[in-house]
Design a protein around this ligand. Structure first.
Ligand SMILES: Cc1ncc(COP(=O)(O)O)c(C=O)c1O
Length: 413
C-alpha cells in the first residue's frame, strides 16, 4: 500500500507515521509520498504506452526540486510556465529539449531565455507572441519551434477559475484564426510551427470535453496539412482531475481510451502536460490545532496553525479537501469549521465538517494537497513558507527547510 492510510489509529505515509514526522519537523508541514508520485506517473505512461507520447509534467502543480528530480528519473519531461519554472527544471536536470514553455503572458526576457536555451517548443498564445518569437529568433539567427495554443471554445465543466478553453477565457488563439496565422507563420524565417496545443482547464473529471478538444486539434492539423503546414505533435494539455471527496473519477487508462482513438487517425505524436493528476494525492499538509472556540450553539471553530498562506485552494476555489486527525481519538463527533490563523474571514480549510471533538495541540492532515498547495503559499502576515518532507523507501527526508524570517527580510533594502 502506498500514500496516506491508517495503520491502526495512526495515519501514515508509505508506512511512516505522520505524527513522528511532524514531531521532527514541526508544522505546518507538507509531506509527500514518492511511491504515489511514481505510481501515478507510471499509470499515465502505461495507459499511453501503445502510442508515441511524451509526458511533460506541469511544474506549476508542484516544482519542489526533489519532486522534479524524482519525475525526471522516471522518464518525465517538463512543462514550464515561467522563466523561473524553466530554471527550476534545468536545475532539476531536465535538458532544454525536454521542456515545453507555456503561459499566457510570457515576457520578452522569458521568450529570449527559452529561445537561447532551445526548448522543445514554445506554446504560443497569440499573434503578437508569434511576432515576438520570430523577431527574437531572427536576431539570434535561429528558427524556433512553436506550437499554437488553440482556444477550442469547449466547456471543461470545471470551476470557472480553472476553466481555460472557452472563448471568454484569456487563453489561446481562437480556433478560427489558426489557419490564417499558420499561413502567415510559414512566411516567417524565425519560427516553425511544429505543434498544436489545447489546454481547456484543470480538475476536469468529464472525459467528453477532453475528447472534444482532442478532436478539434486533429481536425485542425488535417486542415493545416492540406495547406502545407506539417505538424509534428498534438499537445493535449493538462491531465485529469482527481477525487478530493472519494467520488469516482476516470482513470488514466479511461482517459487514454477516450482520446487515443481520436488522435490515432492523425498519426501524430502527443504531448501530455499533467500536473495535479500526478502529485495531488501524493501530498498532505500537516497542521496542529491552535485553539478551539464555540461557533454557535452546536458548532466549533477549530483554529489551525495552517491557513490560506499554506493552502489557498479552499479560499480561492471553494475547494474541498478531506481533513482528518492524524491519530484517531474516540472523542464525540462534533460539527466544526476548520479555519486558519489569518486575519481574513475567508481563511478556511474546511467548512461544516464532523470531527472527533478536536483539542488544542492535536495534529491534523489536510489530504490531497500535493498539487497547487505549497507552490501557492505566501508570506502574508509575515508567515514563513512551510517545510517539506518526502517519504521514500520507508524514510522521511527533509526536501525543503522551513523558511526563516531572515530569508524573507533578506530581500529588503
Ligand atoms: C497550459 C497548462 N498545461 C498544464 C497544466 C496542468 O494542469 P493539471 O494540473 O490540471 O494537469 C495547466 C494548469 O492549469 C496549464 O495551464
Amino acid at each position: 500500500m502506498t500514500g496516506f492510510y491508517r495503520q491502526g489509529s495512526a495515519l501514515v505515509c508509505d508506512g511512516v507515521a505522520l505524527d513522528r514526522i511532524a514531531a521532527a519537523e514541526g508544522t505546518p508541514l507538507y509531506v509527500y509520498s514518492a511511491a504515489t508520485i511514481a505510481g501515478r506517473y507510471r499509470a499515465i505512461d502505461e495507459a499511453f504506452a501503445g502510442y508515441p507520447h511524451a509526458i511533460h509534467y506541469a511544474l506549476k502543480a508542484n516544482s519542489t526540486l526533489a519532486i522534479l528530480r524524482l519525475l525526471r528519473g522516471l522518464g518525465s519531461s517538463a512543462d514550464a510556465n515561467s522563466g523561473g519554472e524553466i530554471d527550476a527544471a534545468l536545475r532539476a536536470g531536465f535538458i532544454p529539449a525536454q521542456i515545453v514553455f507555456t503561459g499566457v503572458g510570457k515576457t520578452v526576457a522569458e521568450l529570449a531565455q527559452a529561445i537561447d536555451l532551445g526548448v522543445r517548443t514554445i506554446n504560443v498564445e497569440s499573434a503578437g507572441e508569434i511576432e515576438r518569437v520570430d523577431a527574437l529568433s531572427r536576431e539570434r539567427q535561429t528558427r524556433t519551434k512553436i506550437a499554437l495554443r488553440i482556444n477550442p471554445d469547449v466547456d471543461a465543466k470545471t470551476h470557472p477559475h480553472i476553466s481555460t478553453g472557452l472563448k471568454t477565457n484569456k487563453f489561446g488563439i481562437a480556433a478560427g484564426d489558426i489557419k490564417a496565422l499558420c499561413a502567415h507563420a510559414r512566411g516567417l524565417s524565425g519560427v516553425e510551427v511544429v505543434g498544436l496545443h489545447a489546454h481547456i482547464g484543470s480538475q476536469i473529471t468529464d472525459l467528453d470535453p477532453l475528447a472534444r478538444a482532442a478532436r478539434a486539434l486533429v481536425g485542425l492539423s488535417r486542415e493545416l496539412a492540406g495547406e502545407g503546414t506539417r505538424i509534428e505533435h498534438l499537445d493535449l494539455g493538462g491531465g485529469l482531475g482527481v477525487s478530493y471527496d472519494g467520488s469516482r473519477v476516470p482513470t488514466a487508462q479511461e482517459y487514454a481510451d477516450a482520446v487515443l482513438p481520436i488522435v490515432r487517425e492523425s498519426g501524430l505524436a502527443i504531448v501530455l502536460e499533467p500536473g495535479r493528476q500526478i502529485v495531488a494525492p501524493a501530498g498532505a499538509l500537516l497542521t496542529r490545532v491552535v485553539d478551539v472556540k464555540e461557533a454557535g450553539p452546536d458548532k466549533l471553530f477549530v483554529i489551525m496553525d495552517a491557513g490560506m498562506t499554506e493552502l489557498i485552494r479552499p479560499m480561492l476555489y471553494n475547494a474541498f479537501h478531506r481533513i482528518e486527525p492524524v491519530v484517531q481519538t474516540d472523542a464525540p463527533p462534533t460539527p466544526c469549521d476548520v479555519v486558519g490563523p489569518l486575519c481574513e474571514s475567508s481563511d478556511t480549510l474546511g467548512k461544516d465538517r464532523i470531527l472527533p471533538r478536536p483539542q488544542a495541540g492535536e495534529l491534523y492532515a489536510v489530504l490531497d494537497t500535493g498539487a497547487y498547495g505549497s507552490v501557492m503559499a505566501s508570506n502574508y502576515n509575515r508567515r514563513l513558507l512551510p517545510a517539506e518532507v518526502m517519504v521514500e523507501d520507508g524514510k522521511a527526508r527533509l526536501i525543503r527547510r522551513r523558511q526563516t524570517l531572515d530569508d524573507v527580510l533578506a530581500l529588503e533594502l
